[in-house]
Write a new protein. Structure first.
Length: 349
């Protein structure tokens, strides 16, 4: 399963237009232009991956400024559904990605129901589109995280070295999820689990393809940056009154930075869910193995049509060494042309 097979028709058109704009028919060679190009493409891909979350966050701000308090929960839920349907109808999201969003929606809503009843945070007690006191739009916030992860996985054609065993990741993610519930009754093990996460991903790096360049980044650093970004988004959402923490009951104030640890642990659950549906691959396109040391399993080989220069020579032509050498030279040239064309057609996202 290639990155192109997961993209949408809209992304194909954006990709072609971006290549014409960035390369203008030739590959840039000046270091400054190379850096600026890669930086702009990185920002554009990140913005594209955040589309659903950014639209949902903007909707929260608009609703906070324009809609009466009693109607906000229902308006936000309807707006979230409209956004999700629009993402599919206009080709901004694939059906495969919708599976991830729905999975995150279910997992997040279950946790929301428990945490609100435990007093961790509260919602405005109004609206009809509510389940056990929790507005239905809350699940879409978790769906936005899932949407971002699966889209960034595709847009940056991520590959991994030394990816941990899937069953170990599942055990740690399950323990993290249970701790979100259990710490209300027993000892909070979040920092023990944080140490387990660090040990699990300490040697894991990911290969990030931007435009022409491919960068390497520790997975822990990437998860930490996403956790910080979610914390910033959470500050905007609580300011907009989507929900409130106990410390914000009297008046809004920024969310405590310690919340970043909780979001980092949530990232482990998120990564486990995404890689369950989309198995991680190595930097060479091989399915990442479950063993330590960064070994990989090769993907099933696909049949590739032979070029004209690779047809088997028969009879007198096969016996003529001059013709054989000429054929090999022609085949090599053809392969180089095909390889060059493939690189030119390789999608940005």
């Amino acid at each position: 399963m290639t990155a192109r097979s997961l993209s949408t028709a809209v992304e194909h058109r954006i990709d072609r237009a971006a290549r014409r704009l960035l390369d203008a028919g030739h590959q840039p060679h000046r270091p400054v232009r190379l850096f600026v190009t890669e930086f702009l493409v990185f920002g554009a891909k990140q913005a594209w991956a955040c589309t659903f979350g950014a639209l949902l966050l903007a909707t929260m701000a608009v609703v906070h400024l324009t809609v009466p308090v009693d109607a906000r929960n229902d308006v936000l839920t309807i707006a979230a559904v409209v956004l999700q349907v629009g993402m599919l109808v206009f080709g901004l999201e694939t059906v495969r990605e919708l599976r991830v969003v729905l999975l995150f929606h279910v997992v997040g809503t279950v946790m929301e129901v428990f945490k609100t009843h435990a007093g961790s945070w509260t919602y405005e007690p109004s609206g009809v589109l509510v389940v056990l006191g929790v507005p239905l739009f809350s699940g879409f916030m978790y769906g936005a995280v899932g949407s971002y992860l699966v889209r960034v996985y595709r847009l940056f054609d991520l590959g991994f070295d030394r990816y941990p065993r899937q069953w170990l990741l599942a055990v740690v993610a399950g323990a993290v999820y249970l701790n979100f519930f259990g710490h209300h009754f027993v000892w909070d093990a979040r920092y023990v689990l944080l140490a387990a996460v660090v040990a699990l991903f300490a040697r894991t790096t990911m290969h990030v393809r931007i435009h022409r360049a491919t960068l390497r980044m520790p997975v822990l650093l990437a998860m930490g940056l996403v956790a910080v970004f979610i914390w910033f988004a959470e500050n905007v959402a609580t300011w907009a009154g989507a929900w409130s923490y106990p410390a914000q009951a009297a008046a809004w104030q920024p969310v405590a930075p310690t919340k970043i640890v909780a979001w980092l642990l949530l990232m482990v659950i998120s990564v486990a869910l995404v890689t369950w549906l989309y198995p991680p691959v190595g930097p060479a396109g091989r399915v990442a193995a479950d063993g330590p040391g960064g070994a990989h399993r090769p993907r099933p080989a696909r049949s590739v049509p032979r070029s004209a220069g690779s047809r088997r020579l028969r009879g007198a032509r096969a016996a003529d060494p001059h013709r054989l050498a000429e054929s090999r030279s022609s085949g090599a040239a053809s392969a180089r042309r095909e390889s060059s064309a493939f690189r030119d057609r390789a999608p940005l996202g």
